[in-house]
Design a protein around this ligand. Sequence first.
Ligand SMILES: C[S@@+](CC[C@H](N)C(=O)[O-])C[C@H]1O[C@@H](n2cnc3c(N)ncnc32)[C@H](O)[C@@H]1O
Length: 244
Amino acid sequence: MEVLYFHIDYREVHYCKILLDDIFGKPCFMNEIIWAYDYGGRAKSKWPAKHDNILFYVKDSKKYFFDTSKLDREPYMAPGLVGAEKAVLGKLPTDTWWEKYVDFDRNDNWWMTIVPTNSKERIGYPTQKPKKLVDRIVKASSLPGATVLDFFAGSGTVGASCIDLGRNFILIDNNQSSLEVMAKRFSNISDIEWLGFDPTPFKPNIYKETKQEILSEVEKKYTPEFEMLVCNSFLLESKFTGKE
Ligand SMILES: C[S@@+](CC[C@H](N)C(=O)[O-])C[C@H]1O[C@@H](n2cnc3c(N)ncnc32)[C@H](O)[C@@H]1O
């Protein structure tokens, strides 16, 4: 493992930080990224919690890959203030609504909405993370061809990101519905090796093929037994209803 991004909610993050410091050592802790969003209920008895935490660790704090030059850049709000070269390049995304007021160059506050329920990206897993969020991590902390491991894959967003960005991936989940969702999500990717799970029945194209098979069965010429059954049912119908 070269780097670890550990995504967790605000109730657990402090306990996990202590455990992770024990494992990796405090100097290997690089950032606490705040993913702020605008979704969910609004508590009346306390401040509504509207963020998750992502702890960023490296294996060797003196030697690790980190490159934000490939991230999509955004235009500066006031390009005249930053000089021509920077203005052309644009700034690193901060995704903060308050960036209009504070000129952050880059920071650990990422404002990004959740995957909207009616969006094309939404694939039917309750805790699905935005691919844009994962893309940012994958781009900054790995090179094409690297392997990314997600122990808690859920809907497989890390896999989807790796496919688009040319990385290899290993996804793990112990929940059947997560595996079914991933089987559908990756149904058009042929070179995935599945261990301990057969994705075939959950692939949408397999559903189509099965449906086609059933239709062609129905279209086949009826067997004599079937025709006999139909005749008998007509006879029975006329007997009971009195209709010819
Ligand atoms: C928050 S979800 C991950 C969501 C994912 N990032 C996405 O974009 O869909 C956490 C996942 O961890 C899985 N999980 C929890 N405990 C696990 C364990 N002990 N072993 C494997 N998977 C586990 C759950 O089934 C769940 O799908």
